[in-house]
Design a protein around this ligand. Structure first.
Ligand SMILES: Cc1cc2nc3c(=O)[nH]c(=O)nc-3n(C[C@H](O)[C@H](O)[C@H](O)COP(=O)(O)OP(=O)(O)OC[C@H]3O[C@@H](n4cnc5c(N)ncnc54)[C@H](O)[C@@H]3O)c2cc1C
Length: 262
């Protein structure tokens, strides 16, 4: 039995092909947009959102669309206007990939309820045998000696039972078909606590991320998911400040957006 900390890693982010963008812009007459981007500090996530937004009105520069006589040239202002006017569908183009490690099934049950704009690959405890019950204890729990003694004893007992079952079912004997291992492993997981550490790969677009960060860190949100989505918020603010810089974080850790429900 190991004590673990929930972790989130950002493992993938958008990548824009600027040559293809340039070829398209040449055709529609919007090359000045590319010239305005700071080539030294390209932020593909923000550029993709801006590109998608500008494609709607041909607002690469004034006059390409006779209805557009003025444009916002600064990316920060442009994206702020997208957020403030709730033009959120544009943000659906911008996807990020995360791996959540050492999170409980308490967390994953709640996380996978978010369907819009997500993709999930969750560790299968039907296939992956639990020979170690790793567990996260929040700080306040760790400071309660009697609680910890009883909790650890219980977890060790459950872990022993996992090992006993594997032995009892002879899962490691030569020639046991995988279907049998899977069948018994799935039975055995019923005796694991919901707090057992597991993981998933999670992809979400920026519109979804903004919604999930808000609701899963809100006052009253479950403790672990709130902690973890606070981490997601920090990652995203660093990654795309113009798309996540409007949040204020309360003392209680709630991420409150400046622009709601984009
Ligand atoms: C504090 C809290 C307590 C909760 N308690 C419970 C509980 O006790 N029991 C329980 O079962 N669940 C509970 N949930 C889960 C909750 O009901 C949602 O399933 C979950 O938060 C997913 O969010 P979402 O509905 O916004 O869906 P998402 O998939 O995140 O969708 C984002 C938004 O897209 C729109 N959308 C998505 N799908 C549809 C659709 N099919 N039709 C129309 N619009 C759509 C909605 O505007 C939605 O808000 C709780 C959630 C929170 C935050």
């Amino acid at each position: 039995m190991q004590f673990v900390q929930p972790e989130v890693r950002l493992i993938g982010r958008p990548s824009v092909d600027y040559d293809e963008v340039a070829a398209y812009l040449k055709d529609v007459g919007g090359e000045s947009w590319l010239e305005r981007l700071d080539r030294g500090e390209l932020n593909d996530a923000q550029n993709l959102a801006e590109f998608s937004g500008r494609s709607c009105y041909r607002s690469w520069e004034p006059g390409l669309n006779p209805n557009v006589t003025r444009i916002r040239t600064e990316q920060g202002k442009y994206l702020e206007n997208l957020l403030s006017s709730a033009h959120g569908s544009v943000l659906e183009h911008v996807n990020f990939n995360f791996v959540f490690h050492n999170v409980s099934r308490v967390l994953t049950h709640e996380q996978v309820r978010h369907r819009a704009g997500t993709a999930v690959s969750q560790e299968s405890l039907r296939f992956v045998r639990l020979d170690d019950l790793s567990f996260w204890f929040p700080d306040w729990a760790q400071q309660d000696g009697e609680l910890m003694t009883r909790a650890v004893r219980l977890l060790q007992e459950m872990e022993k039972f996992q090992l006993w079952m594997a032995d009892h079912f002879r899962l490691d004997d030569e020639g046991v078909p995988f279907s049998e291992k899977k069948h018994k492993t799935s039975f055995m997981r019923r005796f694991a606590p919901e707090g057992v550490a597991t993981g998933l790969v999670w992809t979400a677009n920026v519109r979804t991320l903004r919604h999930v960060i808000e609701v899963r860190t809100a006052e009253g949100a479950e403790e672990e998911i709130s902690l973890v989505f606070g981490m997601v918020g920090e990652l995203m603010k660093k990654e795309a400040p113009a798309l996540f810089g409007d949040y204020t974080v309360t003392e209680g850790g709630a991420w409150v957006p400046g622009w709601r429900k984009v």
